[in-house]
Ligand binder design. Structure first.
Ligand code: NDP
Ligand code: 8X3
Length: 252
């Protein structure tokens, strides 16, 4: 039987590329995000490859998350693989110049949103004694860097939550892991810097990861045999050595 995968934050970037790749491989998909038109468009585009169910909710709103997931039709209720991908960074300033509203949004999305979706999906996995959860961490979850205190904090939290979850869910045979990318060219920097031209500047002089690269890492985690759990994949552009060191070609 085809497995059902729920991908949060599938309207863009890594989530969207993962949806397209998993559709190619025949997984049934529940894709979520706040932008309904984009979700519908993606489901239309992959309709010839697989079944797709779009679900619109804001991961920060627990009631919305619970109601939306509870409203899934019976044939969509069993989620075999959960990809907690929805997330964002806001701002790139030193801590004393940050806007507390950006802190709130990052914490509410990247930590609490991930937990609300997990809260709804994990009990059925425990009951069935099977399942897989892949949380989107980051190089920012391994190495804190300046001007990113709260974003780095949220991804460190994702790492800690993932490691603890793996212990809690170990008796039930549920796989839990993270994928931890470095710089990926998506809408991430546009959202972070509130600048539609951000990508041209942020990724100048080197080739960043493409969202498809991260999607392939996620597929690798999913395609392992039952006795193998890939606990983490740290994936960087070749031009990126750590959170802050980049080999940028100088412009003439
Ligand atoms: P994008 O901005 O391209 O995609 C982010 C996705 O998250 C969108 O689909 C967006 O959907 C969704 N999202 C954001 N806020 C909410 C919300 N409140 N409720 C529901 N969905 C939400 O960025 P990426 O694809 O790059 O980011 C995906 C994940 O990867 C994030 O967790 C990010 O932290 C992580 N990551 C990104 C890296 C990068 O360099 N790009 C590197 C390492 C990790 P919508 O707006 O429609 O709600
Ligand atoms: C996104 C990568 O380095 O901008 O998580 O924090 S970074």
């Amino acid at each position: 039987m085809k497995k059902t995968v729920l991908i949060t934050g599938a309207t863009s970037g890594i989530g969207k590329s993962t949806a397209f790749l998993l559709a190619e491989r025949g997984f049934r998909l529940i894709i979520t995000g706040r932008r309904k038109d984009r979700l519908q468009q993606i489901c239309n585009e992959i309709a010839s490859k697989t079944e797709c169910f779009p679900l619109v909710f804001d991961v920060r709103n627990r009631e919305e998350v619970l109601q939306s997931l509870a409203s899934l039709p019976e044939e969509w209720k069993q989620v075999d693989i959960l990809i907690n991908n929805a997330g964002l960074a806001l701002g790139f300033e030193p801590i004393h110049e940050n806007d507390y509203r950006d802190w709130d949004q990052m914490i509410d999305t990247n930590i609490k949103g991930l937990l609300y979706v997990t809260e709804m999906i994990v009990p059925q996995m425990v009951e069935r004694r099977s399942g897989q959860i892949i949380n989107l961490s980051s190089i920012a979850g391994k190495e804190p860097y300046g001007k990113g205190a709260v974003y780095c904090g949220t991804k460190h939290a994702v790492e800690a939550i993932t490691k603890s979850m793996r212990i809690d869910l170990n008796p039930y045979g549920i796989k839990v892991g993270t994928v931890s990318p470095g710089a990926v060219e998506t809408e991430f920097s546009i959202v972070r810097l509130k600048d539609p031209e951000a990508n041209r500047k942020v990724y100048a002089g080197y080739e960043p990861l493409h969202p498809e690269d991260v999607a392939r890492a996620i597929l690798f985690m999913i395609e392992q045999p039952p006795h193998v759990n890939i606990a983490d994949i740290l994936i960087l552009p070749t031009a990126q050595a750590n959170a802050t060191v980049f080999n940028r070609k100088k412009e003439n």
